[in-house]
Design a protein around this ligand. Structure first.
Ligand code: GLN
Length: 484
């Protein structure tokens, strides 16, 4: 099972090699048997999955199958799922049963997927290691002493362990790409506005974007096809036609201009990652691409800028968790103030509180101009760097992360070191651009991710570039030692 892709499963279902019920049962058994090694699922929806699988088998029989009919996947537990606990890995939402489905969940259901369950994450998606979850850390199937990355670490570990062929993720500053890199997967952060945020619990609304995680670029294309498109319930959703991503996978890439930012090969980058990225660029040269050195001069400001904007938005978004309407409420509150204070003090974990404090401080009247306004100005400069670069190149390539998967506990007590984990991914969110991470080698048995960044709404070129590289390499086909 470990190398089963969505494309393989669709072929098997079409050829009647197995039914959706059979393959769903196999994945449920695998989760049951092996997830105690990884802690990648918060909730497993076995009965519901089997009912969906039987319905998918019936739909396939009577010719009403959607594009992903009968394919099992998992959802990051940040997407609202009707009737199923949606916890965001927080004590605050441990008892929250979502009354409706996120648009992403609904669209994938319409395409016919079977939902195995909800995957673990950093609390409210704040983190890069999946260690801030109320439900405990997730382990990396490539090395169980290491983190899987975050915040979509449960999704990444579940796929790498062979417990699901694919999953959804969200990416506010790197949370799809970084765990994909650390777990040897392919993960796409779509352009801001391409995939609806409706029903996706908000962290930093101007940065959050849902997207697919799977083994291959082809599977990412299949998932994105079902997820993308205008949604009137998300006011930042873009009303643009969604191209046929799978048909675009083989688009001619000769003459593709790939820019390589010199700032992405800075001090702090693991030398083995640097050489793996160089080697993948050589492959692109052989494929007829032209590699150019470029500069994104404001790169060094991306992390500090993000750590004002994201906490500021988080402090506003998380004010809704007040112990009154839903979620955790403290015992025996003395009065309303006590109810607010203790519900929030007891319901949120440390990292979430740190972000709320930073964000509230940055937005307070005496400091707004010095921090928040300044960060917005820097955000514009970062976007302009990309605009300038895309005048002369079609995509931008570099490492996804400065280092491979690190040990559990290694960075969790040092937030600044942890924040630098996203040094190559964060600018993309600030600029709203699409980017993909794909496997490009190994160092000491741990996967390395290559990041490709595209122009606004040009996911198709990224998917094609990733797919064609995967036709010439087998990094994405390697199975983690612990996988089923
Ligand atoms: N690691 C970053 C953070 O902690 C990004 C998280 C994300 O993309 N959700 O904010």
């Amino acid at each position: 099972m470990p190398n089963h892709t969505i494309a393989d499963i669709l072929r098997g279902l079409e050829a009647k090699t197995f039914s959706s019920e059979e393959i769903t049962q196999q994945y449920l058994n695998a989760i049951n048997k092996h997830d105690s090694n990884y802690n990648s699922f918060i909730t497993v929806t076995a009965e519901q999955a089997l009912a969906q699988a039987r319905a998918a088998d019936a739909a396939r029989q009577n010719g009403s199958a959607g594009t992903l009919c009968g394919v099992p996947i998992a959802h990051k537990d940040i997407f609202c799922t009707e009737g199923v606990r949606t916890s965001c890995a927080s004590k605050m939402l441990d008892n929250f049963i979502a009354p409706y489905n996120a648009t992403v969940v609904e669209r994938l259901a319409t395409a016919g997927v079977v939902t195995l369950g909800k995957t673990n994450l950093d609390e409210f998606a704040m983190g890069s290691s999946n260690e801030t979850s109320f439900y405990g850390p997730v382990r990396n199937p490539w090395n169980t002493d290491c983190v899987p990355g975050g915040s979509s670490g449960g999704s990444a570990a579940a796929i790498a362990a062979g417990l699901t062929p694919a999953a959804t993720g969200t990416d506010t500053g790197g949370s799809i790409r970084q765990p994909a890199a650390l777990c040897g997967l392919t993960g796409l952060k779509p352009t801001y506005g391409r995939v609806s945020r409706y029903g996706m619990i908000a962290f930093a609304s101007s940065l959050d974007q849902g997207g697919p995680m799977a083994k291959t670029a082809e599977d990412n294309a299949l998932l994105l096809q079902a997820m993308a498109g205008f949604d009137h319930r998300d006011s930042t959703s873009m009303d643009l036609t969604v191209p046929d991503y799978r048909a675009g996978l083989n688009k001619d890439l000769s003459g593709l201009k790939i820019g390589v930012p010199k700032e992405y090969f800075s001090e702090g980058l693991d030398p083995e990652i640097a050489s793996a990225i160089e080697a993948s660029l050589d492959e692109y040269r052989k494929m007829g691409a032209e590699i150019k050195s470029i500069s994104l001069p404001h790169t060094h400001l991306a992390v500090p800028c993000y750590y004002i904007i994201a906490p500021a938005e988080a402090s506003a978004n998380l004010s809704r968790f007040d112990g009154v309407r839903y979620g955790y409420r403290c015992e025996n509150p003395k009065d309303l103030d006590d109810l607010y204070c203790r519900s929030r003090a007891e319901g949120f974990g440390e990292e979430v509180k740190r972000r709320i404090l930073i964000g509230t401080y940055a937005l307070s009247s005496g400091f707004y101009d010095a921090y928040y306004r300044k960060a917005q100005q820097i955000r514009r400069l970062i976007k302009q760097d990309f605009d300038e670069a895309f005048k002369s190149v079609d995509i931008i390539a570099g490492p996804t992360t400065p280092n491979p998967a690190f040990a559990l506990g290694e960075k969790v007590s040092d937030p600044l070191t942890m924040y630098l984990e996203d040094i190559y991914t964060i600018a993309v969110n600030l600029a709203g651009l699409p980017a993909i991470s794909l496997p490009a080698g190994f160092t000491k048995g741990k996967p390395i991710g290559l990041q490709l960044i595209g122009r606004d709404f040009d996911e198709i070129t990224l998917l094609a570039a990733a797919h064609q590289y995967q036709q010439r390499s087998d990094w994405h086909q390697q199975a983690a030692p612990g996988s089923v």
